[in-house]
Design a protein. Structure first.
Length: 144
């Protein structure tokens, strides 16, 4: 049986802010935007109508990041997750200059978690709290 990677989905509270963060800070490219109907989306996502979903697909180095925004009052609030909580934990990106990237993160609505900075890697949070690990290019080169 054949399978291939399709995309990674992430819920955001402000689509324009999230797009600016990933497109301008990390050079993701816009692929497309869709506004699926509540039915069958609600069934697929196990959400009651109105779903009010808009979706933007961004791409970088073969990774497709699906940003989902729900325009509805029944959205749960953000809660921080710890690294050992089951499920997807973070997005990891290699950058040319970690310090220069860290300096720009607040300008795009993100947060630098300076207590995680071990010199060769550091975590930030995107504007919706998603953990993003920043590593040097040498790390990426080592994994192929």
């Amino acid at each position: 049986m054949r399978s291939v990677f399709n995309h990674l989905g992430q819920c955001v509270t402000d689509m324009a802010r999230a797009r600016r963060f990933y497109e301008e800070l990390f050079d993701f490219s816009f692929v497309r935007e869709i506004h699926p109907p509540d039915d069958p989306s609600g069934t697929l996502l196990r959400l009651d109508a109105p779903v009010g979903m808009s979706v933007v697909y961004l791409q970088r180095d073969g990774l497709v990041l699906e940003l989902l925004h729900f325009d509805r009052s029944a959205n749960p609030p953000y809660r921080p997750r710890v690294m050992n909580e089951p499920g997807l934990t973070h997005i990891s990106l290699s950058v040319d200059d970690i310090d220069a990237t860290l300096a720009r993160v607040p300008d795009f609505g993100g947060e630098v978690l300076s207590d995680t900075n071990i010199g060769g890697g550091v975590f930030i949070r995107d504007p919706d709290g998603q953990l993003v690990e920043l590593l040097p290019m040498t790390y990426r080169d080592a994994i192929g």
